[in-house]
Ligand binder design. Structure first.
Ligand SMILES: [Ca+2]
Ligand SMILES: [Ca+2]
Length: 229
Protein backbone atom coordinates (compact mmCIF):
# COMPACT_ATOMS: atom_id res chain seq x y z
CA UNK A 1 0.00 0.00 0.00
CA UNK A 2 2.91 2.29 0.62
CA UNK A 3 3.87 1.98 -3.03
CA UNK A 4 0.34 2.87 -4.15
CA UNK A 5 0.44 5.94 -1.93
CA UNK A 6 3.59 7.13 -3.65
CA UNK A 7 2.01 6.68 -7.07
CA UNK A 8 -1.01 8.79 -6.11
CA UNK A 9 1.24 11.52 -4.76
CA UNK A 10 3.24 11.61 -7.97
CA UNK A 11 0.13 11.98 -10.15
CA UNK A 12 -1.37 14.65 -7.90
CA UNK A 13 1.86 16.63 -8.05
CA UNK A 14 1.83 16.57 -11.84
CA UNK A 15 -1.71 18.02 -11.80
CA UNK A 16 -0.59 20.96 -9.69
CA UNK A 17 2.37 21.63 -11.94
CA UNK A 18 0.05 21.88 -14.93
CA UNK A 19 1.46 18.84 -16.71
CA UNK A 20 -0.78 17.54 -19.49
CA UNK A 21 -0.94 14.06 -18.02
CA UNK A 22 -4.37 13.47 -16.45
CA UNK A 23 -4.87 17.07 -15.28
CA UNK A 24 -8.56 17.88 -14.94
CA UNK A 25 -10.64 21.01 -15.37
CA UNK A 26 -13.90 21.79 -13.53
CA UNK A 27 -16.98 23.13 -15.34
CA UNK A 28 -19.96 23.20 -12.98
CA UNK A 29 -20.25 19.70 -11.59
CA UNK A 30 -18.22 18.20 -14.44
CA UNK A 31 -14.60 17.19 -13.83
CA UNK A 32 -13.01 16.67 -17.25
CA UNK A 33 -9.53 15.61 -18.34
CA UNK A 34 -8.12 18.68 -20.03
CA UNK A 35 -7.00 16.60 -23.01
CA UNK A 36 -10.68 15.82 -23.69
CA UNK A 37 -11.34 19.43 -24.71
CA UNK A 38 -11.29 20.47 -28.36
CA UNK A 39 -7.83 21.53 -29.48
CA UNK A 40 -8.43 23.85 -32.41
CA UNK A 41 -11.21 25.90 -33.98
CA UNK A 42 -11.47 26.93 -37.62
CA UNK A 43 -13.72 29.89 -38.42
CA UNK A 44 -16.08 29.27 -41.35
CA UNK A 45 -18.44 32.25 -41.66
CA UNK A 46 -19.73 35.37 -39.91
CA UNK A 47 -18.43 38.06 -37.56
CA UNK A 48 -16.96 36.96 -34.24
CA UNK A 49 -16.36 38.53 -30.88
CA UNK A 50 -14.15 37.40 -28.03
CA UNK A 51 -14.76 37.65 -24.27
CA UNK A 52 -11.91 37.47 -21.79
CA UNK A 53 -8.25 37.91 -22.59
CA UNK A 54 -8.15 35.61 -25.62
CA UNK A 55 -6.41 37.17 -28.62
CA UNK A 56 -8.60 35.49 -31.22
CA UNK A 57 -11.93 33.64 -31.55
CA UNK A 58 -9.97 30.42 -32.05
CA UNK A 59 -8.10 30.95 -28.80
CA UNK A 60 -11.35 31.76 -26.99
CA UNK A 61 -13.16 28.66 -28.22
CA UNK A 62 -10.45 25.98 -28.27
CA UNK A 63 -8.96 24.43 -25.15
CA UNK A 64 -10.27 24.27 -21.59
CA UNK A 65 -9.91 27.90 -20.43
CA UNK A 66 -13.18 28.84 -18.70
CA UNK A 67 -12.23 32.53 -18.54
CA UNK A 68 -12.57 33.06 -22.29
CA UNK A 69 -15.62 32.78 -24.52
CA UNK A 70 -16.58 33.62 -28.08
CA UNK A 71 -19.53 33.87 -30.41
CA UNK A 72 -20.98 36.02 -33.18
CA UNK A 73 -21.20 39.78 -32.96
CA UNK A 74 -24.73 40.54 -31.71
CA UNK A 75 -26.96 41.66 -34.56
CA UNK A 76 -24.58 40.41 -37.25
CA UNK A 77 -26.56 37.26 -37.99
CA UNK A 78 -25.21 33.75 -37.99
CA UNK A 79 -21.60 32.70 -37.59
CA UNK A 80 -20.15 29.23 -37.82
CA UNK A 81 -16.95 27.42 -37.00
CA UNK A 82 -15.44 23.94 -36.99
CA UNK A 83 -14.29 22.42 -33.70
CA UNK A 84 -11.43 19.92 -33.97
CA UNK A 85 -10.12 17.27 -31.60
CA UNK A 86 -6.40 16.73 -32.18
CA UNK A 87 -4.84 14.90 -29.23
CA UNK A 88 -8.04 12.99 -28.53
CA UNK A 89 -11.12 11.69 -30.29
CA UNK A 90 -14.77 11.57 -29.24
CA UNK A 91 -16.15 8.05 -29.19
CA UNK A 92 -19.77 6.92 -29.19
CA UNK A 93 -19.79 5.05 -25.90
CA UNK A 94 -22.30 4.86 -23.05
CA UNK A 95 -24.58 7.90 -22.69
CA UNK A 96 -23.74 11.40 -23.87
CA UNK A 97 -20.44 11.65 -25.72
CA UNK A 98 -19.76 15.39 -26.11
CA UNK A 99 -20.60 18.42 -23.98
CA UNK A 100 -20.63 22.10 -25.00
CA UNK A 101 -20.25 24.89 -22.43
CA UNK A 102 -21.58 28.42 -22.94
CA UNK A 103 -22.51 31.61 -21.12
CA UNK A 104 -26.24 32.25 -21.06
CA UNK A 105 -28.58 33.34 -22.02
CA UNK A 106 -31.38 31.10 -22.84
CA UNK A 107 -33.05 30.60 -26.20
CA UNK A 108 -29.80 31.30 -28.02
CA UNK A 109 -30.08 28.66 -30.65
CA UNK A 110 -27.30 26.81 -32.48
CA UNK A 111 -26.93 23.99 -34.99
CA UNK A 112 -24.48 21.10 -34.61
CA UNK A 113 -23.34 19.26 -37.73
CA UNK A 114 -21.35 16.01 -37.61
CA UNK A 115 -20.62 13.81 -40.62
CA UNK A 116 -23.03 15.91 -42.67
CA UNK A 117 -25.92 15.35 -40.26
CA UNK A 118 -27.32 18.52 -38.62
CA UNK A 119 -29.04 18.71 -35.26
CA UNK A 120 -30.83 22.04 -35.72
CA UNK A 121 -31.83 24.84 -33.34
CA UNK A 122 -30.53 23.44 -30.07
CA UNK A 123 -30.50 25.42 -26.82
CA UNK A 124 -28.07 25.01 -23.92
CA UNK A 125 -29.51 24.81 -20.41
CA UNK A 126 -28.30 26.35 -17.13
CA UNK A 127 -26.01 24.18 -15.02
CA UNK A 128 -26.80 26.05 -11.80
CA UNK A 129 -23.26 27.41 -11.76
CA UNK A 130 -21.93 30.76 -12.87
CA UNK A 131 -19.32 31.71 -15.44
CA UNK A 132 -18.27 35.12 -14.17
CA UNK A 133 -21.53 37.09 -14.00
CA UNK A 134 -23.38 34.87 -16.46
CA UNK A 135 -25.11 31.53 -16.08
CA UNK A 136 -22.88 28.62 -17.02
CA UNK A 137 -24.85 26.76 -19.68
CA UNK A 138 -24.22 23.29 -21.08
CA UNK A 139 -25.51 21.02 -23.80
CA UNK A 140 -24.55 17.35 -23.89
CA UNK A 141 -25.42 14.98 -26.70
CA UNK A 142 -25.05 11.42 -27.88
CA UNK A 143 -23.19 10.77 -31.15
CA UNK A 144 -25.87 8.20 -32.03
CA UNK A 145 -28.07 11.16 -33.01
CA UNK A 146 -25.66 11.83 -35.90
CA UNK A 147 -25.60 8.23 -37.07
CA UNK A 148 -22.25 7.47 -35.45
CA UNK A 149 -22.26 3.79 -34.53
CA UNK A 150 -21.33 2.56 -31.07
CA UNK A 151 -17.55 2.36 -30.82
CA UNK A 152 -17.04 4.69 -33.79
CA UNK A 153 -15.42 8.09 -33.28
CA UNK A 154 -15.34 11.63 -34.65
CA UNK A 155 -12.65 14.33 -34.65
CA UNK A 156 -14.60 17.42 -35.67
CA UNK A 157 -18.00 19.10 -35.65
CA UNK A 158 -19.44 22.29 -37.09
CA UNK A 159 -21.30 24.72 -34.83
CA UNK A 160 -23.54 27.41 -36.32
CA UNK A 161 -24.48 30.16 -33.84
CA UNK A 162 -27.38 32.62 -33.80
CA UNK A 163 -29.72 30.55 -35.96
CA UNK A 164 -33.39 31.46 -36.57
CA UNK A 165 -32.61 35.09 -35.76
CA UNK A 166 -31.88 34.41 -32.08
CA UNK A 167 -29.12 36.11 -30.11
CA UNK A 168 -25.78 34.35 -30.54
CA UNK A 169 -24.73 31.85 -27.89
CA UNK A 170 -21.35 32.65 -26.33
CA UNK A 171 -19.48 29.38 -26.23
CA UNK A 172 -16.71 28.68 -23.75
CA UNK A 173 -15.45 25.17 -24.49
CA UNK A 174 -16.21 21.81 -26.10
CA UNK A 175 -15.23 18.48 -24.56
CA UNK A 176 -15.55 14.80 -25.33
CA UNK A 177 -17.20 13.01 -22.40
CA UNK A 178 -16.25 9.68 -23.94
CA UNK A 179 -12.71 10.49 -25.00
CA UNK A 180 -9.75 8.46 -26.20
CA UNK A 181 -6.31 9.96 -26.16
CA UNK A 182 -3.36 10.09 -28.49
CA UNK A 183 -1.46 7.24 -26.87
CA UNK A 184 -4.48 5.03 -27.51
CA UNK A 185 -4.57 5.83 -31.23
CA UNK A 186 -2.85 3.90 -33.95
CA UNK A 187 0.04 6.04 -35.18
CA UNK A 188 -1.35 6.46 -38.66
CA UNK A 189 -2.63 9.90 -39.76
CA UNK A 190 -6.34 9.85 -40.37
CA UNK A 191 -6.80 6.51 -38.72
CA UNK A 192 -8.97 6.71 -35.60
CA UNK A 193 -8.63 3.04 -34.74
CA UNK A 194 -8.02 2.68 -31.05
CA UNK A 195 -5.35 0.66 -29.33
CA UNK A 196 -6.60 -1.13 -26.23
CA UNK A 197 -4.65 0.34 -23.30
CA UNK A 198 -2.54 -1.98 -21.17
CA UNK A 199 -4.39 -3.08 -18.01
CA UNK A 200 -1.63 -1.65 -15.80
CA UNK A 201 -1.92 1.74 -17.47
CA UNK A 202 -5.69 1.68 -17.05
CA UNK A 203 -5.37 0.96 -13.36
CA UNK A 204 -2.96 3.83 -12.90
CA UNK A 205 -5.31 6.13 -14.78
CA UNK A 206 -8.27 5.29 -12.54
CA UNK A 207 -6.11 5.72 -9.46
CA UNK A 208 -5.25 9.20 -10.69
CA UNK A 209 -8.88 10.24 -11.04
CA UNK A 210 -9.59 9.02 -7.51
CA UNK A 211 -6.77 11.14 -6.19
CA UNK A 212 -8.23 14.25 -7.78
CA UNK A 213 -11.58 14.18 -6.02
CA UNK A 214 -10.25 16.12 -3.03
CA UNK A 215 -8.69 18.76 -5.21
CA UNK A 216 -11.88 19.07 -7.24
CA UNK A 217 -13.80 19.95 -4.10
CA UNK A 218 -11.16 22.53 -3.24
CA UNK A 219 -11.37 24.02 -6.72
CA UNK A 220 -15.14 24.23 -6.57
CA UNK A 221 -14.96 26.05 -3.26
CA UNK A 222 -12.41 28.45 -4.68
CA UNK A 223 -14.67 29.03 -7.68
CA UNK A 224 -17.68 29.64 -5.42
CA UNK A 225 -15.68 32.12 -3.37
CA UNK A 226 -14.67 33.95 -6.52
CA UNK A 227 -18.27 34.23 -7.62
CA UNK A 228 -19.39 35.86 -4.41
CA UNK A 229 -16.46 38.28 -4.44
CA1 LIG B 1 -7.91 17.65 -26.80
CA1 LIG C 1 -23.09 7.61 -26.75
Amino acid sequence: MRIMGLIITAIAASAFSGAASAATVTFGDQEIDERSFADSVTLISGDFLVEGDASSPEEALAGSDGSTAGGCVVGSGECSFMVNFVDNIAVNDTGDDIILFARGGGYELFDITINGVTLAAQDATPTGYKSFRYDLMSFAFDLSVFGVATGESITSMIIKVGVLGTNPEDFIAFAALNSRFAEQRVANPGDNTLVTPLPAAGLLYLTGFGAFSGFAAARRKKKADAQTA
